[in-house]
Design a protein around this ligand. Structure first.
Ligand SMILES: [Zn+2]
Length: 609
C-alpha cells in the first residue's frame, strides 16, 4: 500500500549516485506496490494519504502520462466521495465508510502529515502550484488542532465539526473505538511518533531549485535558504512573514557579489491580485493565481522583495453535505470560537492527558447577507501572541465577526458527537447574535461547516433526533451503549457492525439483564428483540435463553401467557404477553457457555389507553 515512499527514496539515491541498478529496483518497488494507478484501491486514511500519489512518483521513470494523471484522479475521487468538508482532508476514521461523509467524520493525525508530504512530493515532481495550496490547506487548517497548543499532547482523530473531546468511545459514529478524541501523549501509538515529520518535511519544502539555476519560494513561512545559484555563486535569502495570518512576505538577498538568477514566487490559487515591490519600487505582476511570479534579474547584496497576497473572504457551499457553508480568508478557513475548558484526564504531571469541554454554545447557523454573502463578515486584527503560538483559540491573531442564530434542536448525540447536519437553510426563531470565528487550526473545539439560517419558504425545520429510552444493564462493554437499544437504527442483520449496539461483553456464560426505566408507568403487552451475534469475528452469540420481567412495586415478576421466547438471528424476535402496568421492563438472559451476547434494537409494545 505504501511502497511509493520507498520509491521516492530510491530516486533520491539514484540522483546522487547514478547507479543503474537503482532504476531496476524502482521498477520492482512499483510492481510490488498496490496499483494506485488504477484506482483508489484502499480506503484506510493513512494508506490513501501515502498511496494516492504513488503513480506520479513512478512517472518520473515511466514517462507514462497516465501515471501522472492518476494522482490527480485519485485526489479528486477521495475529495468527491469523502472530502466535501473544509480543512483539506476527508472523513476516514479509521477507514472511509459509505454513509459517513459529513463534517463530523474525522481523520487520523498520521493521515494529515502523510497527506502533506504527498502534496510536497507531487509539488517537487510537477511544480504545479495547486499541490502547494492543498498542502497549506491541511497544514494550517487541520494539523495544528490535532495537538494541544503546547505540542505536548495529541489526539488520534480530528474532525471539521467537533464539539467535545472527551475520553469516551465515539464508535460507531467514528469508526475507531476507544478514547480517540482525548489529547493524550501516552496512548495514540502510530500518530504519536508519525506526526513528528509533519512540520520538518514542510520546512524542507519551503524552497526549491528551478531550471536556470534559480530558486522558487513555493510554500511561505519565516525561513532562510542558502543555495548555489546562477553561475554557482552562493546566496542567502531571508524570508520574514507571519503568513498565513499576514498577507505580507518580505525577502532579503545576501550575496558576496552581484549574481543573475531567476526567482520564482508562488501565487496561491485563492489570490487574484498579488502586489510586488522590489527595493521600494512597485513592479508589474503578470502571473495569474495558481502560477508563479518570475523575477529574473541581477541581484545585489541587500536587495529586498516585498510580496503582498491580498486575502479576501470567500464562502464554500458543500452541496453534498446539506448545503452547509464554510468561511475562508486566504489560505485559512474559519470556525466558530467555542469556549474550551481543559480537564486533566490521566497521564503524568509532566505529560498530562486532557479532555476539552465546551463552555459556550456551539449550535449556531450563520445569518448571511443574501445579496452579498461575503459582506456578512468583519475582520478583526488582534495582537500577535507573545509565545509565537498563534494556533490557539484564545491567541488567534485574526478573528471574524459574523451574525448567527441558534438552532435549539441541533444537539450532541448520545455518543457525545455533534449532531449530524440537516439541510440548510434552516428555520430559527432565536435572536440574531454576533459570534466570533477563529482560524480552524486554532480551534480544538469547532464548527467549521455551518448550517445557514433562512427565512424563505425553502427554510427547513431542524428535526430533533429520536430520544433513546433511559436504560440500565447488569453490565455494558465500555465501547457499547444502552442508548443503542432504542436509537431506532435498524440492523441489516445480527452481525451488523455499522450501527451502535449494546453488549454484555466480556461477561460470558452468565445470567445478565438490561432494562428500560420509563419516566411514567406504561401498559406493555409485548417486546421485539434483535439479537447481536458476531460469529466469525467476535465472541457474542444469541443467548441460551431469555425472559421478560416487569417491576410490580419493588418486586420483579415474570410476564405471563407468552409464546416461545425467540432465539433467531437476523430478525426481530417478537413475543406478546398479558399486558402489565409497570415503570421498568427487563430482559433477563442466560448467555451461552463461553460466549457473551448483545442486543442491536429492543422495541416495546405499549398499549394506548
Ligand atoms: Zn496514526
Amino acid at each position: 500500500m505504501r511502497g511509493g515512499d520507498l520509491l521516492y527514496s530510491v530516486y533520491w539515491l539514484y540522483n546522487r549516485t547514478g547507479d543503474e541498478f537503482l532504476l531496476d529496483l524502482a521498477r520492482k518497488v512499483h510492481r510490488r506496490t498496490a496499483e494506485w494507478e488504477k484506482d483508489v484501491i484502499n480506503w484506510h486514511n493513512v494508506n490513501m494519504s501515502q498511496g494516492f500519489g504513488q503513480p506520479a512518483t513512478f512517472y518520473m521513470q515511466s514517462k507514462d502520462p497516465n501515471h501522472l494523471l492518476a494522482a490527480e484522479r485519485n485526489w479528486r475521487k477521495i475529495r468527491d466521495m469523502y472530502g466535501q468538508v473544509p480543512g483539506g482532508m476527508f472523513g476516514g476514521d479509521e477507514n472511509c465508510r459509505p454513509g459517513f461523509t459529513g463534517p463530523r467524520q474525522a481523520v487520523e493525525t498520521c493521515g494529515m502529515v502523510e497527506m502533506m508530504l504527498s502534496h510536497e512530493i507531487l509539488l517537487t515532481i510537477t511544480g504545479d502550484a495547486k499541490w502547494a495550496d492543498r498542502c497549506e490547506d491541511v497544514a494550517f487548517n487541520s494539523l495544528p488542532a490535532a495537538f494541544t497548543p503546547d505540542l505536548k499532547a495529541l489526539h488520534y482523530l480530528t474532525a471539521p465539526n467537533m464539539i467535545l473531546c472527551d475520553r469516551h468511545n465515539k464508535s460507531p459514529g467514528l469508526q475507531n473505538r476507544g478514547p480517540m478524541l482525548l489529547f493524550n501523549p501516552h496512548i495514540h501509538r502510530c500518530c504519536q511518533h508519525n506526526t513528528g515529520h509533519g512540520w520538518p518535511y514542510y520546512a524542507e519544502h519551503l524552497w526549491m531549485a528551478t531550471g536556470g539555476n534559480g530558486l522558487a519560494a513555493v510554500l511561505y513561512a519565516p525561513s532562510q535558504v542558502t543555495a548555489k545559484v546562477g553561475d554557482g555563486n552562493k546566496v542567502t535569502i531571508t524570508e520574514r512573514t507571519r503568513y498565513p495570518f499576514d498577507e505580507s512576505i518580505q525577502l532579503t538577498v545576501t550575496t558576496a557579489k552581484p549574481v543573475s538568477f531567476p526567482l520564482y514566487l508562488r501565487v496561491p490559487g485563492w489570490c487574484e491580485k498579488p502586489k510586488l515591490i522590489i527595493n521600494g519600487k512597485k513592479a508589474a505582476v503578470k502571473a495569474r493565481s495558481g502560477a508563479y511570479i518570475l523575477i529574473d534579474r541581477k541581484w545585489m547584496d541587500g536587495d529586498r522583495v516585498s510580496l503582498n497576497l491580498p486575502m479576501k473572504i470567500t464562502l464554500t457551499k458543500w452541496t453534498k453535505n446539506k448545503n452547509s457553508v464554510s468561511v475562508n480568508r486566504g489560505p485559512l478557513t474559519y470556525s466558530l470560537k467555542i469556549g474550551e475548558k481543559y480537564v486533566k484526564a490521566g497521564g503524568t504531571d509532566k505529560w498530562p492527558a486532557w479532555e476539552i469541554h465546551p463552555t459556550t454554545p456551539w449550535n449556531y447557523g450563520l445569518v448571511l447577507n443574501e445579496k452579498d454573502p461575503t459582506s456578512s463578515f468583519r475582520v478583526v486584527y488582534k495582537a500577535w501572541p507573545d509565545d509565537d503560538q498563534p494556533f490557539e483559540a484564545i491567541a488567534a491573531p485574526i478573528e471574524l465577526r459574523a451574525k448567527a442564530k441558534k438552532i435549539p434542536a441541533w444537539q450532541k448525540d448520545h455518543l457525545g458527537l455533534v449532531g449530524k447536519l440537516q439541510p440548510s437553510p434552516v428555520k430559527s426563531n432565536e435572536l440574531t447574535e454576533t459570534v466570533t470565528l477563529v482560524p480552524m487550526g486554532c480551534a480544538r473545539l469547532r464548527i467549521s461547516a455551518f448550517p445557514t439560517i433562512g427565512t424563505g419558504p425553502d427554510a427547513h425545520q431542524w428535526e430533533e433526533p429520536p430520544k433513546s429510552l433511559p436504560a440500565t444493564a447488569s453490565h455494558c462493554w465500555p465501547g457499547d451503549t444502552v442508548a443503542a437499544l432504542s436509537d431506532k437504527l435498524l440492523p441489516k442483520n445480527s452481525n451488523d457492525h455499522s450501527i451502535p449496539r449494546f453488549t454484555w461483553w466480556d461477561h460470558k456464560g452468565t445470567t445478565e439483564w438490561v432494562q428500560y426505566d420509563f419516566e411514567q408507568p406504561r401498559k406493555v403487552s409485548g417486546v421485539s428483540v434483535y439479537w447481536f451475534d458476531d460469529i466469525g469475528s467476535g465472541g457474542c452469540r444469541i443467548p441460551k435463553s431469555w425472559r421478560v420481567l416487569y417491576k410490580d412495586a419493588d418486586r420483579w415478576k415474570q410476564v405471563s401467557n407468552t409464546g416461545d421466547y425467540g432465539l433467531e438471528k437476523d430478525k426481530f424476535n417478537n413475543i406478546k404477553f398479558d399486558p402489565v402496568q409497570t415503570s421498568s421492563l427487563r430482559l433477563e438472559v442466560r448467555l451461552q457457555p463461553n460466549f457473551s451476547g448483545g442486543v442491536l434494537e429492543w422495541r416495546i409494545d405499549t398499549v394506548k389507553r
